[in-house]
Design a protein around this ligand. Structure first.
Ligand code: PLP
Length: 355
């Protein structure tokens, strides 16, 4: 810490991103929920020399073409769409401008680790709603809270999803509070609340191109909701960094939206590979939380969670281990290609036979 850092940030505990090893090629990376598939062919051809030459110019701060294409895809108007440099950026804005001294927040106790960090960063009083014993969210716990509500659906790192009926109940019981549904993993089998944004002006749905659209490195997140909420987000964007989606990402994302079916097909493959992996792990005696995401949350009675993580790492397979006490026996495993999952299962079998 330098002597220049002002005191309100002295205690800030930053988020720890999943490992990105330098010798990445030698690892099977099942630790940060990226897609194992390349972006669609149109994305590659969209990044032309002409586009690269235009990097000398500022990009379109309104992302006019991209918002138009996305509005068609999601059946909303461009005024209902906010784009930012990754959905983390949007979540940061949400905690910055829709929570504060007079507006407290609520989110699940076990969920995406960044919520706690943003709450601390912006000094937001947060109710961390406990999960049930089986890690599911009791949606009734979020009814009538009188706080800004943030729920990942499917939840992370469990993969368990709420139904749209349950989300509607939360919306109806909090008519004067913003309800944010973080749908980073929704394309892997859960129901999206985007269509509810037409009916509920207190709903903001956040999604990302990082997981189901194979563009984690391009940094593109988006939010869909009532125009008034989107306008507020734009006010903060234009007060910090209007050019927050760079030119190459805009071009790549336009192509990705045009080729939506490519990504939906890849999501179906991931869901098949998930079913394969779940079946194999269950036959090895693992407890597997039912997942609607591109990862599974698993534990074995035969081996300690951290030990399994370390032994797999020795074998050049990375999974995600969390140290929080309630989930320390578990590991989160990203679903990759079938070949990767077969290699993973084989390694787990070997490790279990040694303990
Ligand atoms: C990965 C993830 C994000 C962040 O995605 P980016 O768009 O890459 O910033 C947000 N929320 C959840 C629940 C995630 O898992």
């Amino acid at each position: 810490m330098s002597k220049f850092l002002i005191s309100k940030y002295h205690e800030l505990e930053a988020y720890t991103p999943g490992e990105q090893p330098k010798d990445m090629e030698t690892f099977i990376k099942l630790n940060t929920n990226e897609s194992p598939f390349s972006p669609s062919p149109g994305v590659v051809s969209a990044l032309t020399n002409e586009e690269i030459n235009k990097l000398r110019l500022y990009c379109d701060p309104d992302c006019t073409l991209l918002r138009k294409k996305m509005a068609e895809l999601f059946d909303v108007t461009p005024d209902n769409i906010f784009l930012s440099n990754g959905s983390d950026d949007i979540l940061n804005f949400i905690f910055m401008i829709f929570c504060g001294d007079e507006v407290k927040a609520a989110f699940p106790e076990i969920s995406y680790g960044f919520y706690k960090v943003y709450a601390q960063l912006h000094n937001v009083d947060s109710y961390k709603v406990p999960l049930r014993e089986d890690f599911s969210i009791d949606h009734k716990d979020f009814c009538g809270l009188n706080r800004t509500i943030i729920i990942a659906n499917p939840n992370a790192p469990t993969g368990i999803a709420l139904t749209l009926d349950q989300i509607e109940e939360i919306l109806q019981s909090n008519p004067n509070d913003l309800v944010v549904i973080d749908e980073a993993y929704v394309d892997f089998g859960a129901d999206s609340a985007v269509k509810l944004t037409k009916e509920y002006s207190n709903l903001l749905v956040v999604q990302t191109f990082s997981k189901s659209r194979s563009m984690a490195g391009a940094r593109l997140g988006f939010a869909i909701g009532a125009k008034e909420i989107i306008d507020d987000l734009n006010t903060i964007k234009y007060s910090t960094n209007p050019y927050n989606i760079n030119r190459l990402t805009q071009a790549a994302a336009c192509a990705a939206v045009d080729e939506n079916e490519y990504y939906m097909e890849k999501c179906r493959v991931i869901m098949e590979n998930r079913a394969f992996t779940v079946k194999k792990l269950e036959s090895l005696g693992f407890t597997v939380i039912p997942s609607k995401a591109n990862f599974i949350f698993v534990k074995s009675d035969k081996i300690d969670g951290e030990e399994l993580y370390l032994k797999l790492k020795e074998r050049k397979i990375l999974i995600r281990h969390f140290t929080a006490e309630k989930i320390a026996q578990y590991n989160r495993v990203t679903i990759g290609t079938l070949e990767q999952m077969k290699t993973f299962i084989k390694a787990v079998e070997e490790i279990l036979s040694e303990v």
